[in-house]
Design a protein around this ligand. Structure first.
Ligand code: ADP
Ligand code: SF4
Length: 689
C-alpha cells in the first residue's frame, strides 16, 4: 500500500543505545496544558504513538525549581513527586512502540522565577529576557553553582529514566535553554574557563553530557537541541559558529536536534515561511558529524520529507505543528493515504494556547488536547445516534467540519450553501497576501466530504426558514457565518460614531470581494488580530498610501500570541505603511478622519480618500432566529433539533469554527448532561495539613 518512494522514511534508526522504529520524530512542543493538565497532555502524546511516530517528546520540562518560566505552563521535574505524572506520559508514548523522549530545560536568562521566588541564575549576570520584560535580573552562576547545576541535570536524568523515558533532549535552542546561553557570546560574557573561546563556551555542555552518559547513557539516548542561527549577527551563536561547534564536538550527543534561532523563526507562520524554510541552514552539517540529525520545517509533504533524507540533509523528520494537525501523518503515509493527511496550515493558533496559558487548540484538528478531556479521537467518531438526517446550512469551516464529522458518524447529511463554493470565509481569506495555506482547511474537508456517499452538497441554496421547514430534516445545524460591521463598533466604540456619508467606507468583506480603495487610505484596526495588517499589505501592494491606525500599542496586537507580531510590523514598515499606534478614530469626515490619543484624548485630523473599518463582525443569524420563532411548527415538519454554531453563533478565529462544527457532530443525539461539566479536568491533590 505504501508508495516505495517513502520507504526510506520507515527505516529504523539508532539513537545511542536505543532504536527508533522509523524517521518520524515529534520534536518537543508546548500545548498549554503541561503540569496543570497532565492526563490531557499524556493522552495527546498517546494519540501520536497510535498515529505511528517513531519518536515522541514531551514539551519543555523544567528540571530544577531554581529556573522556571511561570506564568507559562510547561512540565516540571523538580522532585520525585513529579515522576508519576511524567511516567504516565512516557507510558502513553510507548504504547505503540515509539521511543519516549523528555526535554530537560534550565531556562537561565529566560526564567524570571515568578512562582518559586528563587533568584534566577544565568551564565552571565543580565536582565531576564521574557515576552513581558519582567523587572528581574539574574545573577551569574559561580563555580559551585555550575557544579550544582551539573548534579541537578544528573538528578533529572535519573528521574527521567525512572519515569520510563528512552531519550533526553537537552534544550539549548530558541534562545531558551542554558546550553545555548553558554554557547552564545551574547549571553556568555564570562572570563573563566566557561567563557571566551568556543572551546570554553562548549565546556558546560560537554561536562553535562559526560555526566549523563555515566548516569544513564547505557540505556538512554542523549540528544542536544541547539539553534541553527541565533540571528543576531556575529555576536550571537551564528550558523557558521554552530558548524564549528559541531565539527569540534562531532560525536557529543547521540543525535543533533537543530532548530532555528528564535522560537518566532523556528515556528514561523505560513504567512511568512514556506515548508522546509530551514533547509539552507542545516544543509551540509551532516558532513561534520557521524551522529544523526533531526530538523524541522513544518513538513507535511512526504515528497519533501523523503528528499530531505535522500539528499542527506536530515536523518529524522522533525515535526511539531504537522503532528498536531495530523497525529496520524506517519500512518497515513505508510498506508498510502496521502490525500487523507490533514495538513497544518501554519496559522500558529496551537501556540496561542501556550502563550495565553489556557490550553491549546488546532485549527485543523479540533480534537487536539481534547483526547482525554472529551474522549475525542482525531480519526474516529463516536457511533451514530438515534436520528438519521441533518441539514447543515452554510459551508464555512464550521459547516464543513460538522458535515465531515457527521458523515463519518453515519448520518445522512445535506450541506446547503448560498454561494457557489465551499469554504465560507476561508474561501475568501485564502486569497489574501500570505494566507494561501489556510485554504487547506477547505481542501481537506472538501476532499473528505467528496468521498462520502451519505453527503449531498447544494450550491446556490440560500435557505430561509420556510424552505428549511419544508425539507423535513430531523436536525438542523445553522452555520451561516458572520459579516464585518460597517459602523466601526468594536472595542473603542460600543455604539456607532459620527460618519459623513461622503467618505467611502469599506469593510474587509468589501476588499475580499475585490472592491479595493485607492489613493490615501486609513485602515482603522480595532480587531487586533491579523486582518488589519493583511489588508494594509494588500492595499499597499496595490499602490495605495496606507495609514494603519489602531488604539493598541502594537500593530496586529494579538499576533504576539501567534509569534508573528514583530514580523508583521517589520513587513508593513518595509512596505511603507504608516503605522499609527495608540490612536483611535472618533469621527469620519468627508475627506478625513479624526484620530484621538488613547491616553490624552488629544485629537488630530488625518486627510484621506477612503476608510477601511476592521472592527468586529456581526452574526448572520436571521434564519436561526426565524426558525426559533416558529418552534411550534418543528414537530409537523419532522424537525427535532435546531442549533446554531460557529461564527453565526459568536464570531471568532477559524479554529473556533472548526471546533464548533466538530463538537456539534460529536454531541448530536447525545445524552443531556444537564448542568454537568462538559469535559474532564484534573485538580491538584489537596494536602492533608
Ligand atoms: P463559519 O466560520 O462559522 O463556518 P463562514 O462565514 O465562514 O462561517 O461561512 C458561512 C457560510 O454560510 C458562507 O459560505 C455563507 O455563504 C453561508 N450562508 C450564509 N447564510 C446562508 C443561508 N441562509 N443559506 C445557506 N448558506 C448560507
Ligand atoms: Fe498547524 Fe494551525 Fe494546527 Fe498549529 S493550529 S498545528 S499551525 S493548523
Amino acid at each position: 500500500m505504501r508508495d516505495p518512494r517513502y520507504d526510506v522514511l520507515f527505516e529504523p534508526m539508532q539513537i545511542g543505545p536505543v532504536t527508533a522504529k522509523n524517521r518520524f520524530y515529534q520534536v518537543p512542543h508546548c500545548n498549554g496544558g503541561g503540569y496543570r493538565d497532565p492526563s490531557a497532555a499524556a493522552a495527546m502524546r498517546g494519540i501520536k504513538a497510535e498515529g505511528g511516530w517513531g519518536v515522541i517528546f514531551t514539551e519543555q520540562t523544567e528540571m530544577h525549581h531554581s529556573s522556571e518560566i511561570a506564568p507559562f505552563i510547561e512540565l516540571r521535574l523538580w522532585e520525585d513527586k513529579d515522576i508519576p505524572m511524567l511516567g504516565k506520559m512516557a507510558g502513553k508514548m510507548k504504547e505503540h512502540g515509539a521511543l519516549a523522549g523528555i526535554q530537560l530545560a534550565y531556562s537561565g536568562i529566560n526564567g524570571p522565577n515568578l512562582y518559586t521566588k528563587e533568584v534566577p541564575m544565568a551564565v552571565s549576570a543580565m536582565p531576564i529576557r521574557t515576552f513581558t520584560n519582567d523587572p528581574v535580573q539574574a545573577r551569574a552562576l559561580d563555580k559551585q553553582d555550575i557544579r550544582d547545576l551539573r548534579r541537578w541535570f544528573v538528578n533529572a536524568a535519573q528521574r527521567s529514566k525512572r519515569a520510563g523515558f528512552d531519550l533526553i533532549c537537552l534544550y539549548g535552542a530558541h534562545g531558551f535553554g542554558i546550553f545555548q546561553h553558554f554557547l552564545s557570546r551574547a549571553t556568555n560574557q564570562r572570563s573563566d574557563e566557561y567563557g571566551g573561546s568556543l572551546e570554553n563556551r562548549a565546556r558546560f555542555v560537554n561536562e553535562v553530557i559526560a555526566d549523563m552518559r555515566d548516569a544513564v547513557g547505557d540505556s538512554m539516548g542523549i540528544t542536544l537541541r541547539v539553534s541553527l542561527d541565533e540571528t543576531i549577527g556575529d555576536l550571537g551563536f551564528s550558523n557558521a559558529e554552530l558548524r564549528d561547534f559541531i565539527e569540534m564536538n562531532r560525536d557529543l550527543p547521540d543525535l543533533w536536534d537543530l532548530a532555528q534561532g528564535t522560537w518566532e523563526d523556528c515556528s514561523g507562520p505560513s504567512r511568512f515561511k514556506e515548508e522546509a524554510a530551514q533547509e539552507q541552514l542545516v544543509r551540509g552539517i551532516h558532513d561534520l558529524t557521524s551522529k544523526p540529525i533531526v530538523g524541522v520545517g513544518r513538513f507535511t509533504s512526504p515528497d519533501v520529507m523523503a528528499r530531505m533524507v535522500r539528499q542527506g540533509v536530515l536523518d529524522f523528520i522533525g515535526c511539531a505543528r504537522p503532528s498536531i494537525a495530523d497525529p496520524f501523518l506517519p500512518k497515513k503515509i505508510d498506508e498510502g493515504r496521502i490525500e487523507d493527511i490533514r495538513e497544518c496550515i501554519g496559522c500558529n493558533i496551537c501556540i496561542t494556547g501556550d502563550m495565553t496559558m489556557s490550553i491549546s487548540r488546532c485549527t485543523q484538528n479540533p480534537t487536539f488536547m481534547e483526547e482525554w478531556r472529551k474522549g475525542w479521537h482525531p480519526e474516529r467518531m463516536n457511533a451514530k445516534g438515534t436520528s438519521q438526517s441533518v441539514l447543515v446550512v452554510g459551508a464555512g469551516p464550521a459547516g464543513l467540519e460538522a458535515t465531515r464529522a457527521l458523515a463519518e458518524r453515519g448520518y445522512d447529511v445535506a450541506l446547503a450553501e448560498a454561494g457557489t463554493a465551499l469554504g465560507g470565509r476561508v474561501a475568501r481569506e485564502r486569497l489574501l497576501p500570505g494566507l494561501s495555506a489556510w485554504g487547506r482547511v477547505v481542501d481537506y474537508r472538501a476532499y473528505q466530504i467528496g468521498q462520502k456517499p451519505n453527503v449531498e452538497t447544494y450550491f446556490d441554496s440560500a435557505l430561509d426558514a420556510d424552505s428549511i421547514l419544508e425539507f423535513g430534516f430531523e436536525n438542523i445545524c445553522i452555520a451561516t457565518g458572520a459579516k464585518w460591521r460597517r459602523d466601526g463598533v468594536s472595542r473603542q466604540h460600543v455604539v456607532p460614531f459620527p460618519t459623513d456619508a461622503a467618505m467611502p467606507v469599506y469593510t474587509p468583506d468589501d476588499l475580499m470581494a475585490g472592491r479595493l480603495p485607492g489613493g490615501k487610505v486609513v485602515i482603522y484596526d480595532d480587531d487586533h488580530y491579523y486582518m488589519g495588517g493583511v489588508l494594509a499589505e494588500l492595499l499597499a501592494s496595490n499602490g495605495a498610501l496606507v495609514s494603519l491606525v489602531t488604539p493598541s500599542a502594537y500593530v496586529s496586537d494579538w499576533t504576539v500570541n501567534t509569534l508573528e507580531q514583530h514580523t508583521i510590523h517589520r513587513r508593513l514598515a518595509q512596505m511603507g505603511v504608516q503605522i499609527v499606534l495608540n490612536r483611535g478614530v472618533v469621527e469620519i469626515g468627508a475627506d478625513h478622519v479624526v484620530t484621538n490619543c488613547t491616553y490624552t484624548d488629544q485629537l488630530t485630523p488625518v486627510a484621506c480618500d477612503a476608510v477601511v473599518l476592521v472592527s468586529s463582525r456581526i452574526e448572520t443569524n436571521g434564519v436561526y432566529r426565524a426558525l426559533k420563532d416558529r418552534q411550534v411548527e418543528w414537530a409537523d415538519a419532522g424537525i427535532k433539533t435546531v442549533q446554531i454554531i460557529g461564527d453565526a453563533n459568536a464570531p471568532g478565529p477559524i479554529a473556533w469554527a472548526t471546533y464548533a462544527g466538530h463538537r456539534y457532530a460529536r454531541e448530536l443525539d447525545g445524552d443531556d448532561i444537564g448542568d454537568a461539566l462538559p469535559f474532564r479536568r484534573e485538580i491538584a491533590e489537596l494536602a492533608q495539613d
